[in-house]
Design a protein around this ligand. Structure first.
Ligand SMILES: C[S@@+](CC[C@H](N)C(=O)[O-])C[C@H]1O[C@@H](n2cnc3c(N)ncnc32)[C@H](O)[C@@H]1O
Ligand code: SF4
Length: 405
């Protein structure tokens, strides 16, 4: 089962926000995240808030069937809370779980509901994640017709034994074929997710996966180091000694290989784990998170952020539906970020971006640490911004620790 939620302070039952947070709504782009908490099977490494049909059982409110209506009712709450000053939506991201387990028309209904309630910016980015096994060419055409223009497929690896360790079910070549089908359907941006550092994956295996991903010519690629999450089947196998944990040197070699291969193929890293073929095909939704803008997360376990207030919804789909049906906010708890918290987050997130961090965000003592970071080859200064080098990207969290007061 997915991991537990943080505690935080009580969230008001009507979802209301302090005035200082509402005051920031008009001046920031608005993003909407829609969580779809359903998967056919659970991959052994995954602790996302998602449930198989057998995990959910016949509980009221937990079915896929009524999910779109429940999620739309949370959009109504968002309209009440954000008020008239909310701008048209800049980005929508449907994630999961496996969003494409819902019929394309249900996903389209969610986009239409956001349109009706907030309006959509003329250049709105509308993404869905997809397990490539859960969609076909006709479904992709339907999604495109219903307003989606970006799609991100979970590929993870092209190597059968690696996929088997991850408990991933893929017919050979399906993720690459899905990219071709999405392009034919008219998606303006396609993306593939890869994972490196699976136990038993060699450098040659990783190279095979990178080559296969690049050959599909997506506009965008994400490559994540495998996180062994407590409580997953994979963690259990490692604990019992059935699989060996990947060491940091191996992860570093694989990151460097990704950078080398992807750069050679015309991609450039705009965030530590994300590469894009052009500025236009960067994921604007993720950039909104990394830049601390406004986003409303709809669905069980979804997180939101408005003007320094962060809240997260109850996790279970049945508990979530019960709150919504009762006309209450589904928020489980919230956190009011101080100016100091927000500054630290900015450093943490913006330093991971290729555009770097505005030096004005740093204190005097922090700025005095920069020459040392530069001398060590971890960062460079460009136009009053601190930008990580490739060495710095390998050690991004450590660089942030060394920099901050
Ligand atoms: C929520 S999944 C969405 C895609 C879809 N559910 C699928 O798996 O095909 C988003 C991405 O997170 C990454 N991910 C999930 N669990 C991870 C883990 N434990 N370590 C590293 N990356 C992970 C995978 O690359 C996955 O494609
Ligand atoms: S399909 Fe995606 S969300 Fe579902 S269990 Fe696998 S990795 Fe997790």
């Amino acid at each position: 089962m997915p991991s537990v939620l943080p505690e935080g302070e009580a969230a008001p039952p009507d979802g209301s926000l302090p005035d200082h947070a509402r005051a920031e709504v008009a001046g920031q782009p608005l993003s909407i995240y829609l969580h779809v908490p359903f998967c056919t099977t659970r991959c052994g490494y995954c602790d996302f808030n998602t449930y198989t049909a057998s995990e959910l059982g016949p509980q009221p409110g937990a079915s896929r069937l009524g999910y779109a209506d429940t999620a739309i009712a949370e959009l109504d709450l968002a309209v009440r809370v954000l008020g008239d000053q909310a701008p048209p939506v800049s980005t929508i991201f449907v994630g999961g779980g496996t969003p494409t387990l819902l019929p394309p028309d249900d996903l389209g209904q969610l986009v239409a509901a956001a349109h009706d309630r907030f309006g959509l910016a003329s250049d709105v980015e509308v993404t869905t994640e997809s397990n490539p096994e859960s969609i076909d060419a006709a479904g992709l055409v339907r999604l495109r017709e219903r307003g989606f223009n970006r799609i991100s497929f979970g590929m993870q690896s092209a190597v059968p034994h690696v996929l088997a360790t991850l408990d991933r079910v893929h017919s050979p070549g399906r993720p690459q074929q899905a990219v071709a089908e999405a392009k034919a359907a008219g998606f303006t941006s396609t993306s593939l997710d890869l994972i490196y550092g699976t136990p038993g994956e060699s450098l040659a295996d990783w190279e095979t996966s990178l080559d296969a991903a690049v050959a599909a010519e997506p506009d965008h690629l994400s490559a994540y180091a495998l996180i062994v999450e407590d409580g997953t089947k994979l963690a259990g196998r490692i604990r019992r000694g059935e699989l060996a944990m990947t060491d940091d040197d191996d992860l570093a070699d694989k990151y460097l290989l990704a950078e080398q291969k992807l750069t050679a193929a015309g991609y450039s890293a705009y965030e530590v784990s994300n590469w894009s073929r052009s500025t236009e095909t960067r994921c604007r939704h993720n950039l909104a998170y990394w830049r601390g803008q406004t986003w409303w997360g709809v669905g069980p376990g979804a997180h939101s952020h408005v003007g320094g207030v962060r809240w997260w919804n109850v996790k279970h789909p049945a508990a979530y539906a019960a709150r919504i049906d009762a006309g209450a906010s589904p928020a489980y708890a919230r956190e009011l970020l101080s100016e100091a918290d927000r500054r630290v987050e900015r450093v943490l997130l913006e330093l991971r971006l290729a555009d770097g961090l505005d030096l004005a965000v740093l204190t005097g003592t922090e700025r005095r640490r920069i020459p040392d970071l530069v001398a060590r080859g971890s960062a460079v200064l460009t136009d009053d911004r601190l930008v990580l080098t490739l060495t710095g990207r390998l050690l991004a969290d450590g660089v942030v620790r060394d920099l901050l007061d």
